[in-house]
Design a binder for this molecule. Sequence first.
Ligand code: NAD
Length: 255
Amino acid sequence: MLNGKTALITGSTSGIGLGIAEVLARNGASVILNGFGDWQAAAEQLARHEGRVGYHAADLADPAQIEALFDYARREFGRVDILVNNAGIQHVAPLQDFPAERWDAILALNLSAVFHCTRLALPDMRAQDWGRIINIASVHGSVGSLGKAAYVAAKHGVLGLTKVVALETALSGVTCNAICPGWVLTPLVQRQIDARIAAGESPEQARTALLAEKQPSQAFVTPQQLGELALFLCSSAAQQVRGAAWNIDGGWLAQ
Ligand code: NAD
């Protein structure tokens, strides 16, 4: 379905980004990976599929490195047809103790990088009158949680940005939507489980309590399920899905 298309998935060396990259690659897309850590293992996993696999190590907190990432994408792949703005970080602390440096880092990656990647992807998408911009927001784009000021502020911002981009591209073949996951068991969430274990809960208690507090299904969303939803948003059936914030959260936001 995606043969001949190139997908850039930010933060795709682990977790949700890697899950989305796997599903898009399995469906024929060439993929450009980005992120820190063991990118070779991710690239090897995806090389089993038909499309090409690329990697760029840009730190997306730095707009100049985002420019370099897009230069690489154009030089090596021609253009970006599908942009998945996925890279994100978390820090949990009450507001009065929240380090200002963590606030700046979270806003730079979780919100400003979405702006920069989108602004750099749009000209080529508009020129060919087809494109897909998929922002991995969160349930925290719609509701708050204790200790997550920067993350919640950034994710609310991502949903606002998604709506504006959807309106500005409404007369074109480019769509922009957000996916809003609940708990997904990735390194980002494992660190929050580890914090509960450090505070005295058993590993089983920590996982169960984390889910029970927020996610009525008491089951984690999986990166694979998120990949399949992203694939749907890339399909022609989703051509008129525009500016949506699609919850995939085990019922978190139904409460
Ligand atoms: P993760 O920690 O597993 O992966 C994050 C990815 O981003 C990694 O590839 C990492 O190397 C990369 N990254 C980190 N800092 C970067 C930087 N400065 N520049 C470039 N890449 C960078 O996290 P995840 O859980 O897969 O989260 C992915 C996205 O999904 C995030 O935007 C997160 O907010 C969102 N999300 C996660 C959950 C969840 O429960 N895990 C829920 C809702 C939303």
